[in-house]
Design a protein around this ligand. Structure first.
Ligand code: SAH
Ligand code: SF4
Ligand code: F3S
Length: 481
């Protein structure tokens, strides 16, 4: 066996599945630095590519913030980079395949730049079989670190630079919340705000509880401070992030929950508040009332259903029946005016019958979603569902997937049609790549709107009259210009 650096710690799924009952430690130390690391990136460039969910996007911004803090500057061109980090996602096989393709493509850069450091981080690094595969088959990777030790990135980079050994440091368990890390945000007016990390739901198909560890809520005062400083810096919109935002605060036992947090964040007066993801479990009517009555909380809710069939839901470990889901759904629709609701759906769960699949189609028809993210089930090593018997052919799964997409498109188009002739408020993000006079941004209901307007409006909220609807976008014209 090759002699690896002293930093050699591989993950273990068994350890990752454990949940310790200890109180979470809030680590306010920030970055771990020494004399060498504090300006290690001077005159050097970094490239970070992030895959996966909003939580991972937020991590990518922290990683960028750390690298900039120690002197690196950003490049969008891998050819110029001294450090390349792939911040990966493990939720489905196709997400992983993309990363392996990218690692393969990067190999040639090592011949032109032998000092180049290639690192893999994010959720794929938390899986033992992936770490083994990289170590065995991808010698171009110098550094692997996980989701729990981002604060140690400067030390790990130093080790990779100076010792020329492959550095692997992935912690399987974590009882900490890392505060006070530098962040380099991609947008000047939209920001991610983590409110909790990890997941304890252990849906049978899902790898996230292993890669992200136990549910850990940030202290409400730390979140509010971050929101205040974003507001003061001119940010217009924040998105509160967690795998199950409705479970916020439960682990803390300090007498506050997601409803309390929403109220206090709303009280800061920041212009737009969004949140993802809402697991139907733990969603209280009090939370719905706050969303319904607060002007600055956007009327958009992402409420994953996964399946419309009770037996499949039970085997997925989702903890609700379709009836319970629909009652919650109807309560949101009736209380939150102009609500927009999206969902996630998995087709081809092991053993899913045609009849069970049709219950999902029926649910989509009944719920009339504004949009839906649809996925073909992908077995994840170490999860209970990966061991379930599966007699559904790939061809059948593909066929169901296509039927589902058709149903979802129908309902998305219908939902968009209701906006034609109405005026919506759009936070302008930028101009269309093809035409400088076409601006785009999201409405309060999270509809992507392309419209004619003035480029000076980027970063502000404008009124847009909708003139046309497509399946996934709306078109219109700025009002009063
Ligand atoms: N915490 C969120 C979901 C995070 S993962 C929630 O529970 O609502 C995002 C989506 O990926 C899930 O909602 C699910 O639809 C999908 N997904 C997760 N694991 C999957 C798998 N093994 N195969 C296919 N899709 C999966
Ligand atoms: Fe995965 Fe379920 Fe947790 Fe969502 S709630 S992250 S689907 S285990
Ligand atoms: Fe992917 Fe990890 Fe997010 S698996 S979806 S990046 S939590």
């Amino acid at each position: 066996m090759k002699d690896y650096s002293k930093y050699f710690k591989k993950p273990s799924l068994q350890e990752e599945a454990k949940r310790c009952k200890d109180r979470v430690v809030i680590n306010k130390e920030g970055l771990l630095l020494d004399e060498v690391t504090s300006d290690m990136g001077k005159n050097k460039k970094y490239f970070v590519r992030t895959y996966g969910c909003q939580g991972n996007q937020a991590d990518g911004e922290t990683i960028a913030g750390i690298l900039e803090f120690i002197g690196y500057s950003k490049t969008d061109d891998v050819e110029n980079a001294d450090v390349i980090l792939l911040n990966t996602c493990a939720v489905r096989e196709n997400a992983e395949d993309k990363v392996f393709g990218e690692i393969g493509a990067l190999k040639r850069l090592k011949t032109t730049n032998p000092d180049l450091i290639i690192g893999i981080c994010g959720c794929m690094s938390q899986q033992p079989h992936i770490v083994d595969k990289i170590l065995e088959s991808y010698p171009q990777v110098d550094l692997i670190f996980g989701t729990h030790n981002i604060n140690r990135l400067p030390l790990l980079l130093k080790e990779a630079y100076f010792n020329k050994e492959r550095v692997v440091e992935v912690f399987s368990n974590n009882n900490e919340i890392l505060e006070n890390l530098p962040v380099s945000r991609e947008s000047k007016f939209k920001a991610w705000v983590n409110i909790m990390y990890g997941c304890d739901k252990f849906c049978t198909y899902c790898i996230v509880p292993y890669t992200r560890g136990k549910e850990r809520s940030r202290l409400i005062e730390d979140i509010l401070q971050e929101v205040e400083s974003l507001k003061n810096a001119g940010y217009k919109e924040i998105t509160l992030l967690g795998q199950n935002v409705n479970a916020y605060g439960k682990d803390l036992n300090l007498g506050y929950d997601f409803a309390t947090l929403l109220t206090k964040v709303s009280d800061t007066g920041i212009e737009r508040i969004r949140f993802v993801t809402s697991h139907p479990w733990n969603f209280t009517s009090e939370m719905i009332d706050i969303i319904a009555t607060r002007e600055n909380i956007m009327p958009y809710i992402h409420l994953p259903i996964q399946s419309g069939d009770d037996e499949v839901l039970r085997r997925m470990g989702r903890r609700y029946s379709y009836k319970e889901y629909k009652e919650l759904y109807d309560m949101i629709r009736s209380k939150v005016k102009n609500s927009s609701i999206s969902t996630d759906i998995i087709v081809g769960f092991p053993g899913e019958t045609e009849e069970q699949f049709e219950n999902t189609l029926k649910a989509v028809r009944e719920c009339k979603y504004d949009s839906a993210f649809t996925f073909i089930y992908s077995p994840r090593v170490g999860t209970p569902a990966a061991k379930m018997e599966d007699n559904v052919t790939d061809e059948e799964k593909k066929n169901r997937f296509n039927r589902l997409v058709e149903e979802v498109s129908k309902s998305a188009k219908e939902s968009n049609d209701r906006f034609v002739g109405k005026t919506v408020k759009v936070l302008v993000e930028g101009t269309s790549k093809k035409n400088e006079n076409i601006l785009s941004g999201y409405s309060e209901e999270n509809k992507l709107v392309n419209f004619k307007g003035d480029i000076s409006k980027v970063g502000t909220v404008v009124d847009v009259k909708i003139t046309n609807s497509k399946t996934w976008t709306l078109e219109g014209e700025a009002v009063g210009e």
